[in-house]
Design a protein around this ligand. Structure first.
Ligand code: 13P
Ligand code: SF4
Length: 370
C-alpha cells in the first residue's frame, strides 16, 4: 500500500446538499413501481417486444434493475452490464432508439456518445447520490482552486461535471486510468466518490485530492458486522464494490465493478459468497451459478433499522411499466444541449478509447469489459 500524500487538501462537500439528497431519496422510494400480477407482466412483456421492433429500439440495462427488465433486455438482443459495458454497447449498436434502464447518468452518457439516437428511460427522476452530491458550480470552483491537477470524474456525474473533466472513468477502468496518469507524473482531482477515490489513491500511490461524495447504498455496508458474518462463514469469499467504506473494502477478497464481482461469482471455485453491493446483482449471479450460495453483506448493526437493505431506490424506480410507457409514448427522453454534449464527449471518449487498449476480459453478456 502507498502512502496517503494529500489527505489534508480533501474537499468537504457542502452540507447544504444533504437535505436535497434525502428528500430525493424519499421521492424515489415513493415512486418505485408496484409488483405486477403475472398475467399483466406477460402482457407488458409481449407489448414491449413488439414496440422494440416497431421503434427500432434496444434495451440497455444495469445489473441493479428489476430482474424482469434484465431478462427482457437479454431476450431481445439488448445488454445487461456495468456502466462501462452499457456505454460501449449503446455507442456500438445501430438501433435508432436506446432504452436505458438504470439511473440518469447512464442515459446521459448514452446520449452524449450517440447524439443522433433517441435515448429513453423508464423514469427520468432515477438519480444517484453521487451525481446529486456534486453540483457543477461547487465542483468547478474546487477544480479552479487546483489548476495544476488533472480532473478525473466517476461516470456517476452530470453531463456538466463531465464537461469540466479531463477524464471520465467507471469502476472497471478507474485503477488503470489513474495508474496511467500517475505514471505520467500527473496530479489528480478526483470526484465525487470518496471511497472509490481513496481505494484508488491507496492502490496507485497517485497524488489525488478527493471530493467527499458517497453512494447512499454502498456507504451503508458495516465492517464490524461483516467481520462477524465472515467468521460464521469461513468457507465464503467476500465480493465488494469499491464505493463501500475502506474498512469494508479491506475485507474484500475481490474488489471491483459490478461485472468483476459477477465474473468472480461465476468463475471462482468457492461455493459461498458474501456480496457487498446492490442486491439486484444476485439475479445474474444466481442465474449463472445456481449451485452457489450468495449471502448479503450487512447494511446495519443489530439495533439499526435498515431502510435501504442494499437496494438503490433510484435503480428500483425502473419498472416494466416505465419501459412500456417510454417506448409507446416517447416519455423519459434524455435531452441535453448540443454544446453540453460536445463539451462532455471528450472526457467520455477518452475513457472508451483507453478501455479498448486494455486486455479484454470475458463478458457475461454483450461486449467484453475492458
Ligand atoms: P458499475 O460501473 O460497477 O456498474 O457501478 C455503477 C454504480 O452505480 C454502482 O453503484
Ligand atoms: Fe448511485 Fe449508489 Fe445508486 Fe449506484 S447504487 S446509482 S452509486 S446511488
Amino acid at each position: 500500500m502507498h502512502k496517503n500524500t494529500q489527505q489534508a487538501f480533501d474537499y468537504e462537500a457542502p452540507l447544504s446538499n444533504m437535505p436535497t439528497t434525502s428528500c430525493r431519496i424519499k421521492q424515489a422510494w415513493a415512486k418505485i413501481p408496484p409488483e405486477l400480477p403475472k398475467d399483466a407482466l406477460t402482457q407488458y412483456q409481449r407489448n414491449i417486444k413488439d414496440l422494440l421492433i416497431q421503434k427500432d429500439a434496444v434495451i440497455i440495462a444495469h445489473y441493479y434493475v428489476d430482474p424482469d427488465i434484465q431478462d427482457l433486455a437479454l431476450a431481445t438482443g439488448g445488454c445487461v452490464g456495468d456502466s462501462l459495458e452499457m456505454a460501449k454497447f449503446g455507442a456500438a449498436h445501430d438501433a435508432k432508439t436506446l432504452l436505458v434502464a438504470g439511473v440518469r447518468f447512464m442515459g446521459e452518457s448514452a446520449k452524449i456518445l450517440s447524439p443522433h439516437k433517441t435515448v429513453l428511460m423508464p423514469d427520468l427522476q432515477a438519480e444517484c447520490s453521487l451525481d446529486l452530491g456534486c453540483p457543477i458550480e461547487e465542483f468547478s470552483a474546487f477544480c479552479d482552486a487546483h489548476p495544476d491537477r488533472t480532473v478525473v470524474v466517476y461516470a456517476n456525474t452530470s453531463a456538466a461535471v463531465k464537461a469540466r473533466a479531463d477524464w471520465v472513468v467507471t469502476s472497471s477502468v478507474a485503477l488503470e486510468i489513474v495508474s496511467h496518469l500517475h505514471a505520467k507524473g500527473e496530479k489528480i482531482i478526483w470526484g465525487p466518490d470518496r471511497h472509490l477515490g481513496e481505494y484508488i489513491r491507496q492502490k496507485t500511490g497517485a497524488d489525488m485530492i478527493l471530493w467527499q461524495g458517497s453512494c447512499i447504498v454502498h456507504n451503508e455496508f458495516k465492517s464490524i458486522e461483516l467481520e462477524q458474518l465472515k467468521s460464521k462463514h469461513p468457507e465464503a469469499i467476500t465480493l465488494v464494490h469499491p464505493e463501500s467504506p475502506a474498512s469494508v473494502v479491506a475485507q474484500g477478497d475481490v474488489v471491483g465493478s459490478t461485472s468483476k464481482l459477477l465474473q468472480a461469482a461465476i468463475h471462482r471455485p468457492e461455493k459461498t459468497f458474501i456480496v457487498a453491493t446492490d442486491l439486484g446483482i444476485l439475479h445474474e449471479m444466481k442465474k449463472h451459478a445456481p449451485q452457489k450460495t450468495f449471502i448479503a453483506a450487512p447494511t446495519a448493526g443489530n439495533s439499526a433499522t435498515c431502510k435501504s437493505c442494499a437496494f438503490c431506490p433510484w435503480m428500483a424506480m425502473n419498472g416494466v411499466q416505465g419501459v412500456y410507457q417510454a417506448l409507446k409514448y416517447g416519455t423519459g427522453e434524455i435531452q441535453l444541449t448540443e454544446s453540453l454534449m460536445n463539451d462532455a464527449r471528450h472526457a467520455l471518449d477518452k475513457m472508451i478509447e483507453f478501455s479498448k487498449t486494455l486486455p479484454k476480459k470475458p463478458a457475461v453478456h454483450g461486449l467484453g469489459v475492458a
